[in-house]
Ligand binder design. Structure first.
Ligand code: C2O
Ligand code: CU
Ligand code: CU
Length: 472
């Protein structure tokens, strides 16, 4: 651990306060060409019997950089993992089997999930090796996660949440989409089928042999956690992957498409725009539909956030390239408009009924700030088992987030409205900017029990910027 002064100096030297949200990690091989490979879509998870799924976490090799293979750790050996495509109110029981060396915990991000299936970092499924995790609950090789899915249609995702090692384990590939649909959304007539694209955006760097490069202090991820000190702000990779493909291209018809954008990066934020121009029509946020569509020229998306947007490719001539670009650091992917098409989709002016925010019954402040060389909340690094708040089930509270850096703050179970900023709709993750104060009205529905609040910059999370709370 470096000294607090050394760490603050690093923060300042790296341009804290501008747009930087981590430290760039260079690759040991030439970067692949842009827009050379087609976008792929993760396969859809298939039940073994109605409502039952079995997923095995295992290593696999995939060709990410042409001419080399990369060992990934994936759900069913795939990166991204299989997409769960499920309906509101139809419970799913997912058996996770861990064939990796390391322990895992699978969290459904954005899920209204009973606490014992929420994927708490200390609720671990042991793999083939048994490293020490003081105080953790251990499951032998498998665990059944119960997802009642009694919540609005939304783009959720699932990912690893192991205590102290979430960053490297997600980086190795342990993440996938989890879509919930409902009648309300289906009635709208939004673009669907192959005109609905889940896009998991994340960044990676590579070793000369094609393996993922990550600055872990212990590459086995069995003993010592943490990253080299210069990466404490977060790891920013050089290659942008969409659904595991570097800077892919995708052919579209000149019609409306629905893009479910997910930033699954460890630390990097993106400011997405379309080149040569054009706007996104935002229809949904982390927790589902907005009341009405919103036109946005750019979308700033922080780790953990989702934006559900419509892009109308009819406004571009057939033959044109439309690049999804990142104004902060480069390109993401490219669409090619190949032909005219018939478009029966609609984007109604009213998407969902207004959902007023209840009167808050309490106010709490959470200060996300470095303290004694670690990332802390209210001056304290994560202490498993210590709960700092006890909101009542079925109530709304005002939570105030204060920060010293970019901290994408995420609340488990609760869903919130951001007060006094441009974000619309219900969210579960908010990008708190350096020296900013953000207030959210957070509602706790679903289940009593132990949940957590943390920074979704995964290096910050692993370096203690988490806290438990109890819904009572
Ligand atoms: Cu997506 Cu607790 O995290
Ligand atoms: Cu979560
Ligand atoms: Cu943070």
């Amino acid at each position: 651990m470096i000294s607090r002064r050394g760490f603050l100096a690093l923060l300042l030297a790296s341009g804290c306060g501008v747009e930087v949200s981590g430290e760039r990690l260079t690759s040991g091989l030439p970067l692949p060409p842009k827009f050379a490979r087609p976008l792929t879509l993760p396969k859809t998870a298939r039940p073994t019997s109605p409502g039952r799924y079995v997923v095995t976490q295992r290593p696999a090799r995939m060709e990410i950089i042409p001419g080399t293979t990369t060992e990934i750790w994936g759900y069913d050996g795939t990166f991204p993992g299989p997409t769960f495509d499920l309906r509101r109110g139809e419970q799913a029981v997912v058996t996770i089997r861990n064939d990796l060396t390391v322990p895992t915990s699978t969290h459904l991000h954005g899920g209204v999930t009973p606490a014992d299936s929420d994927g708490h970092p200390m609720d671990l499924v042991v793999g083939t090796v048994r490293p020490h995790h003081a105080g953790a609950t251990l499951h032998e090789r498998t665990k059944d996660y119960v997802y009642p899915l009694d919540q609005r249609a939304a783009t959720l995702w699932y990912h690893d949440h192991r205590m102290d090692f979430t960053g490297p384990q997600v980086y190795k590939g342990l993440a996938g989409f989890f879509l919930i649909r409902d009648d309300e959304e289906e009635k709208l007539g939004l673009p669907s089928g192959d005109r609905e694209l889940p896009l998991m955006i994340c960044d990676r760097s590579f070793e000369p042999d094609g393996s993922f490069r990550y600055p872990a202090l212990d590459p086995t991820l069995l003993l010592r956690h943490g990253v080299r000190p210069e990466f404490m702000e977060g790891v920013v990779g050089e290659v942008v992957l969409v659904n595991g493909v570097p800077w892919p291209h995708h052919e579209v018809e000149a019609v409306r498409y629905r893009l479910r954008l997910l930033n699954a990066s460890n630390a990097r934020r993106y400011r997405l725009a379309l080149r040569p121009g054009g706007a996104f029509t935002q229809i949904g946020s982390d927790q589902g539909l907005l009341e009405r569509p919103l036109t946005r020229d750019t979308i700033t998306i922080a780790p953990g956030e989702r934006y559900d947007v419509i892009v109308d490719f009819a406004r571009y001539p057939v033959g044109s390239h439309v690049t999804l670009t990142d104004l902060l650091s480069g390109d993401v992917m490219r669409f090619t408009v190949t032909r005219r098409g018939r478009d029966d989709s609609r984007v109604p002016a009213r998407l969902t009924n207004p959902q007023p925010v209840d009167n808050p019954v309490a106010r709490r402040t959470f200060d996300f700030r470095v303290r004694d060389g670690v990332w802390a909340i209210n001056g304290s690094p994560y202490l498993p088992g210590r709960s700092v708040a006890a909101p009542r089930l079925g109530t709304t509270e005002i939570w105030r987030f204060v920060s010293d850096f970019h901290h994408p703050v995420h609340v488990h179970l609760g869903r919130f409205r951001v007060l006094g900023r441009e974000e619309q709709g219900w969210k579960d993750t908010v990008d708190v900017r350096p020296y900013e104060t953000v207030e959210v009205a957070v509602r706790f529905d679903g289940y009593r029990g132990r949940y957590m609040l943390h920074c979704h910059n995964l290096e910050h999370e692993d370096m203690a910027m988490m806290t438990d709370f109890d819904v009572v």
